[in-house]
Design a protein. Sequence first.
Length: 492
Amino acid sequence: MKKASGFEIVAARCWNLLNEGKPFTPIFTVGVYLLYHINAWGDGSFWEQFGLGLLAALPLFALYFHFDFPLFLRNYLWFPVIGALVLWRDAYLDLGLYAAAIGLFLFFTIYFWGTFYYHLRIGTSWWNFKRFWKLVLKNSDSTSGNAQEQLPKFLLLLFIVDTAGSYWADADGAGAQLDFTWRSYVLFLVGVALYAWILHRNLFDWKPKEVEGYTAPVQAQPEEASSGKVFVLVIDGMRKDRFEEANAPFLKKWRAEGTEYTQMETLYPARTVVCFSSMFTGTYPREHGITSNMVWKLGIKVESIFDSLRKVGKKGRLLGIAHLIDSMGDDVESVTAVMHNDKADRNIMERAKLIMAEQNPDLLVVQFIATDQTGHSMGALYDEYRQKIEEADALIAEFVGWLTAQGHAKDATFIICADHGQADGIGGHGHLDEGERFVPFFMYGPHVRAGVKFEAKHSLVSVAPTLSYLLGAPLPSHSRGPVLSDAFETDK
């Protein structure tokens, strides 16, 4: 299987500018405004008007970049729109501008992203838009496809750019009849900022609670590794309820014969690069610095489990898509994400075999991506999504059989999990809607207690310190998750 090329890595970063909701909002707003007025580009007065309008809108751009409006909070975004229309009710509304913006947004999300992009990347049908429109209507994640969040944002921003620009560029003309003064606008901005702060302080209360303090060393931890090799098999985007519905005999047998954590909680925001960064550093986005799939400054700010392993002369590898390089750098064995989705997990498994044969790492993390990609492109509640979970089950059974035949599975511990779930409708993830928060998580191996379930809430930040425990490596520098030591037999 091909590695992600340099072009693909750069292209993935560029795509995140349009995929992630926060950078998308200003890019789309400015792009639509300029495209709509393309015939005026040769007129110097247009650029003066546009510059003044953009300058006026900058504080609002910053405000919407800083604050998330997750889940039901996005409904409150319409009140500033209404407030602006009431405050400046005499403003001229260029309905063509707003109609063009809505039309381009629907085209981008439903056809360009949901059909054209996914067809070229993973082989989705050219008719995928017939299903993908549900992304626009229901999607609740933190991407640009979250219409209920993006629509009120870019409509208000377009109104400010257009109205403020035309008024301040021509104060003696028709715009002079409009009371769009700096004073009224500053009061509006202060009101919106205060409104957003109050909403988030009082209503945004469903983020997972962080563990206070750093990971406490386990008193009974052996001086040497308590396991042979460790394999972390991550089925990206696998919903817990859909796993229960799937025909996955191998994984469910392992779960029954191993230790399961039934309330394993993901991170906020539940984006792939964020979750992987927290899983393998043991800490939270505010500390490791990865706060979305759009990584502005490459590399985590803290130690990872891979750094800890190097301290004791051991090696770990993470096999995953190009996005993860932005976080984990050279510890990632990249795979190309540009392939038919029916072949993706098979190719990843074959690459995992090659890594074991050639490098023989002590820790191997494998990201299976087909389930997540099917959820994004075709929906998490459809049969195709469940079928990808079933395919992952069969591939993992095959991979474990190969590891056993090669001697790699002897005395090994396996961790099976998802990095996050997916929301209803077309599968999104980020804001922790239903189906995202709790993920399948269980361990299997000769050192793992058999037939045990823990019902208490745990967090994926426990992955890194648990790997340290198993492999006899020091805890990563900023690890906060507790070691899942109660899953292991103490007499072996």
